[in-house]
Structures are given as C-alpha cells and as structure tokens.
Design a protein around this ligand. Structure first.
Ligand SMILES: *[C@@H]1O[C@H](CO)[C@@H](O)[C@H](O)[C@H]1NC(C)=O
Ligand SMILES: *[C@@H]1O[C@H](CO)[C@@H](O)[C@H](O)[C@H]1NC(C)=O
Ligand SMILES: *[C@@H]1O[C@H](CO)[C@@H](O)[C@H](O)[C@H]1NC(C)=O
Length: 624
C-alpha cells in the first residue's frame, strides 16, 4: 500500500513539483557594464514569479545589504530604503539564497523599493528556476503582488560582485530580456498547460484567474490571427503492475492509460482523479471541436464558464453541468462526446495520447512538469501568471514593429516615462519628449510632432528637421521680438541647426546678442560718419551735406550725385541725338549718291560723260 501510494504521490510531485525530468531553465542575459574587472555577459535564470520585462531591458546598480543578506526579513526593521534617488540608477538588490522562499526574498526586496532582485546561489551548480512555494501558504497572497523581476545568479559570480562592492566599486548591470523569447515572425504560437481541477489551492486558483483575466486579450489576438493558441492537459499513465489497483482505477480512465491526481489527495471522498481526467479531456475536446469549426477562441469561454458554473465545491463538477455550458456556447455537443469516446474501454484516446506525447520536451523546450505552464514560441514562460505580464511576453514574441495594437495599450505600459522622464530628452517648454512607453520598456527616441521629425540620440538632444521645423518651438532656436521687430535664428529650409540672423551673434539656441556695429567698427567706418547702434542693426549718418550709401559704407556729396546723374542723362540725350543725326547724314548721303548715279545714267544716254566707269553697273536699271 505504501509503495502504491508512493507512486501516486510521485505523480503528484511530477505534476506539481520537482520530480526529475528534463527541465529547461529559461535564462535572460545579464551584462555587467562596470567595473571593468567584471565587465561581460553572465547567465541568470528568470524566476517563476514577479514580472520579467519580456522584450525589454533594465539598467541598475547593485546593492548588497550589510545585514539581512538573505532578505528573509523585512527591510523596514533595518531601516534601509533602496528606492533610487531622482536621477539615480534603479537599485538591484543582491540577496543570498537560503533560509526562506525565493518569493519572500523578492517580496521583502520589492517593499524596500528595489527595482529587481538578484539571488546569489549558495552552492556551485547549474542554474535552477526559482519557483513559488508548493504548499498552501497562508501568506501566499503576496505572491500575486510581486511585480519586480527576479533572477538567480551563480555562486561564483555572486561572490565576485560582493568582492567588487566591498572594494568600493560601483557594480552596474543591464538585465536584458529581449532575446528571452524568439520573435521570428508576425504570429505568436503559445500553449497553456492547465487543468480543470479547481480545488488544488493557490496553483489552481491562479490558473483559473489567469484564464478569466486573459480571456479578452486572448480572444482578440486569436480572432485577428495574431496568435495560434493551443491548450494542453497533462496526464500520467499507470504502470502496468498497478493497472487493476483500486488507486489506478479511481485515478485513471481507459484502463490506466490516462491518470490525474486525486483533487483532495484522499481516495475515499469527493471527486477522484478520474473525474478530473474526464473534465480535462472534455476541455481538450471542446477546443478541438471549436477549432474545427473555425472558432478556437470559444475554449476561453468554455473554461471560464465551466469554472464559474460547475465548481467542485458545489458538487457540480459533472458531465451534465459541462454539457449545459457547451450547449449555451453553441459548440457541437455530439462531436465532443464522440471525441471523448468510451472512457471505460481498453482503447487509446487519440486526443489524450497526443497530449502525453506533447508533454515530452522538444528542442529548446523542456518537459512540461509544472502546472500551470505557459509556452510561448516554444519557450517556457517564466514569471507571474498575470494578464499584463503574459501579454508583455506574448507581445515580445512578435517580430519588432509587427506587434498588434493591443501590445501598445496602456495596460502593459511600464509608466517609466512618468519618473524623471525615463532619463530621455525633453523640451518642457512645448511638452515634447523622447520618452516612449512601450511593452518593451521605455525607449528614448526622438519624436515626430505635427509632421516634424526630430533627430538626435534621444537622450541628450533631439533637433527638429525639415521644412516645417520652425513651426514647433521655433525649431528649438532663439527668437525674440523687440520694438515691433522680430528676429529668429531658425531658417525654414531643409538645413538643421540654428544660426543667428545678420546683426546678431551667439549660439542661436539660447541666445543671439545684438552686435554693436559702432563699437566693433564693423560698419559705418567712414571718417565723416556718425554711428548709432540699434537692435539687430545700426543707423549711420554722414556729416553736413553728405549722404550715407549703406552698401558701400561711404558718404557722398548730395550735389555731386545730382550733377553726376544729370550729366549722365545729358550724355545719353546727346548720344541719342548724335546717333540720330549721324544716321540722317548717312541716309542723306546715300540718297544723294543714288540720285546722282541715276541722273548720270540717264544723262549718259544723251551725252558722253568723262567718267564711263560707273555706267555699266546701272545697266539693269536702265534696261527696265
Ligand atoms: C496584494 O494586492 C491586493 C490588491 O492590490 C491587496 O488587496 C492585498 O492586500 C495585497 N496583498 C499584500 C500582502 O500586500
Ligand atoms: C486548429 O485549427 C488550425 C486551422 O484549421 C490548425 O492549423 C491547427 O492545427 C488546429 N489546432 C489543433 C490543436 O487542432
Ligand atoms: C504634455 O502632454 C501630455 C500628453 O500629450 C499631457 O498628458 C500633459 O498634461 C502635458 N503636459 C503639459 C505640461 O502640458
């Protein structure tokens, strides 16, 4: 009897605890940025609670407390606050493993104000996953309130950090979850390993709470084709030798092929493991049938409604109750019954057979041994089973820029921009900031405002560029109105930067100073000139009758200028007259020449003339 029980207890542990199985620890990268002696990338294992910043990064500086080094006590007693000071880096608390649950360490650390907790292992071993306590802990209500990310680091690395800190070095670390999940394409595949059992304590409660809270997001993602979700159910098989035992008969269906632990861990009362297997199978079948009808998201409705309408504690964990839920959702009941088949028969059930095969890890995914387990893009999710945290993880599974709108909504934003503007550039005068709150964490990116694109590093500077850039805050350039005149250091073309207008000098951003042209003798230099500086320009006048010519920066006599111009006009008039006269003279001369030759030609016909040479040239005329 003890051995038989031993097997079933082991089943229980494999399902809910830490039996030996191929278990893959999900790691994120931890990069030390200072001191130089520690610089490099280290491995750390994401804890199975808290909110890992999937898709994001977090920078902080490490502190190791002088007392309470295992963080098992509240830090209120030791009167230390780890809240980062304004402008300071967030604090990562380094705590030692041991003496209490990982979750309690994280909870104490969070209450002291740290941004993340690093737990240093106390023995040399491969990294493990820090999990939540198994038992039904009365204080477990804080579990769901843990929001800081946590990571386990190796003992040697922990010792190195402590050494560096004791030397007085500042240890800065960048936690990077961007590659924690593969994000190859525009669709995320995810699986949820769950259980219809609603009486297994906090673990079961957290599963159903998650399904209820995540339902809305899951259904939108599924309906729009962003995700492909598959629910899974773990079952166990009864070893051949125990097949006909009372225990296997009460825990298993199909002759010991598919088993589940007894909900109350008491074989003599309440529901049996067998009832759980059948309800699990019904849920798996409801997904299969709903999926075949093109509405896989109905699974979320079925599971939620079933938990509400058919709880074990009301003795409604039955086929009749389940069938009512199925019918109310319009799922094909006959198809589901067919999928379940005869659970008493000595035959395989294709659905549960496939589930048992899927339990075995493949590739980067380990065996599924812990319930609940969420697998996203074939990578095991670590962290708390909470809508925001899971959505963040799913969102980080999309290829960048292809994530759906739901990923960019407030619910999963980090609000890091609210504090210290996230350390990003901002122009308070016009309320423009480079801080953008996304599920990937805050990013410092120069914005585009009213069609004007800003360029820069996003941290220390952003500068408007393009045609309309002077429209916004005058392109960040200096501008001033005085005495009814306005000057600006912004030029509205495609250039960048600011340049003080002529008459001013300065950086063009914070100031442009009027140039005192008189003092600097840069204008009005003529000896007879009188100089008076004005804002942005100068007035220059000449003594006596002289006139100031600005473009030549010289004085000229008023009369001289009159004479010059009149004489010039006279020259033109005379010139025109001369040309006219000249032309007339030539004309006259040519007429005379012509007349002469004509008369001569005529006369030559009547009398011999002394000069005959010209005549032949006029013969044609004469011939007419
Ligand atoms: C956890 O959060 C809930 C809701 O915010 C609150 O009611 C509860 O008291 C918190 N539990 C602890 C231990 O702080
Ligand atoms: C659900 O349906 C889709 C499309 O018809 C299919 O590709 C997928 O394999 C189905 N999932 C399961 C678990 O049957
Ligand atoms: C700046 O803009 C944000 C959002 O556009 C707004 O919530 C905030 O109140 C503004 N602040 C000021 C000082 O105008």
């Amino acid at each position: 009897m003890r051995e038989k029980l031993g097997f079933l207890v082991c089943v229980w542990f494999v399902l809910y605890g830490s039996c030996v199985a191929r278990f893959v620890v999900e790691k994120n990268s931890l990069k030390v940025t200072s001191p130089d002696s520690l610089k490099g990338v280290y491995e750390c294992a994401i804890g199975n609670f808290g909110v890992p910043q999937y898709g994001g990064t977090m920078v902080g500086t490490v502190m190791y407390p002088k007392s309470n080094q295992k963080a098992c006590k509240s830090f209120d007693d030791v009167d230390i606050s780890f809240k980062s000071k304004p402008g300071g880096l967030p604090i990562f608390l380094l705590a030692d493993r041991g003496d209490c649950y990982f979750t309690l360490k994280a909870w104490n650390a969070q209450n002291a104000g740290v941004a993340a907790i690093l737990v240093a292992d106390d023995r040399i071993e491969p990294l493990i996953t820090m999990d939540t306590p198994e038992e039904d802990d009365a204080r477990a209500d804080y579990l769901q309130n843990i929001t800081i990310p946590s990571a386990l680091i190796g003992k040697a690395f922990g010792d190195d950090i402590k050494k560096a800190l004791s030397r007085g070095d500042m240890v800065n670390i960048n936690l990077d979850w961007r590659e924690s999940l593969p994000h190859p394409d525009e669709r995320v595949e995810y699986e949820f390993w769950t259980n219809s059992n609603d009486e297994c304590g906090p673990k079961c409660d957290s599963q159903i709470d998650f399904v209820k809270n995540f339902k809305g997001a899951a259904q939108i993602l599924e309906q729009k084709g962003y995700t492909q979700f598959t629910p899974h159910y773990i079952t166990w098989y009864c070893p051949e030798a125990f097949k006909l035992s009372k225990q296997c008969k009460s825990q298993c269906i199909n002759y010991g092929r598919y088993c589940a632990p007894d909900p109350e861990q008491d074989f003599s009362r309440g529901y049996d493991g067998k009832d759980v297997v059948v309800q699990n199978l019904r849920q798996a079948c409801s997904f299969k049938v709903a999926n075949e009808s093109g509405k896989p998201w109905l699974w979320w409705d079925y599971v939620t409604d079933f938990a509400i309408r058919c709880p074990m504690k009301d003795k409604k964990y039955t086929k009749e109750c389940a069938d009512q839920v199925i019918q109310s959702l319009g799922i094909d009941l006959k198809a589901i019954d067919k999928c379940i088949g005869d659970t008493e028969a000595d035959v395989d059930n294709p659905v549960l057979k496939a589930e048992q095969e899927a339990q075995i890890g493949k590739g980067s995914r380990g065996d599924v041994t812990i319930l609940p387990t969420l697998v996203i893009n074939n990578r095991q999710y670590r962290g708390k089973l909470d809508r925001g945290a899971v959505l963040k993880a799913i969102c980080s599974g999309f290829q960048e820029t292809t994530e759906p709108a739901i990923c960019l909504t407030e619910g999963i934003e980090t609000n890091e921009c609210l504090e210290n503007n996230g350390g990003c550039w901002q122009d308070k005068s016009v309320n423009i900031t480079a801080c953008r709150d996304t599920f990937r964490g805050r990013v410092c990116e120069c914005p585009t405002v009213q069609g004007v694109k800003f360029f820069g590093d996003g941290y220390t500077h952003c500068e408007a560029s393009g045609a309309l850039r002077c429209e916004i805050n005058n392109g960040g350039c200096w501008r001033k109105t005085q005495d009814g005149k306005t000057y600006s250091a912004c030029i509205d073309d495609n250039t960048k930067g600011c340049k003080c207008p002529p008459g001013f000098k300065g950086d063009g951003v914070t100031s442009c100073e009027d140039i005192d042209e008189c003092k600097e003798k840069s204008a009005c230099k003529c000896p007879e000139c009188k100089c008076k500086n004005t804002w942005g320009s100068y007035d220059c006048s000449c003594n006596g009758n002289l006139l100031y010519m600005r473009e030549h920066d010289t004085c000229i006599s008023k009369e001289a200028s009159t004479e010059v111009s009149w004489s010039f006009i006279w020259v033109i008039i005379l010139g025109l007259a001369a040309t006219g006269l000249g032309g007339y003279a030539v004309y006259k001369y040519r007429i005379r020449r012509y007349m002469d030759s004509e008369i001569r030609a005529i006369m030559a016909q009547y009398m011999p003339l002394d000069s005959q040479g010209e005549v032949p040239s006029h013969v044609p005329h004469g011939g007419v």
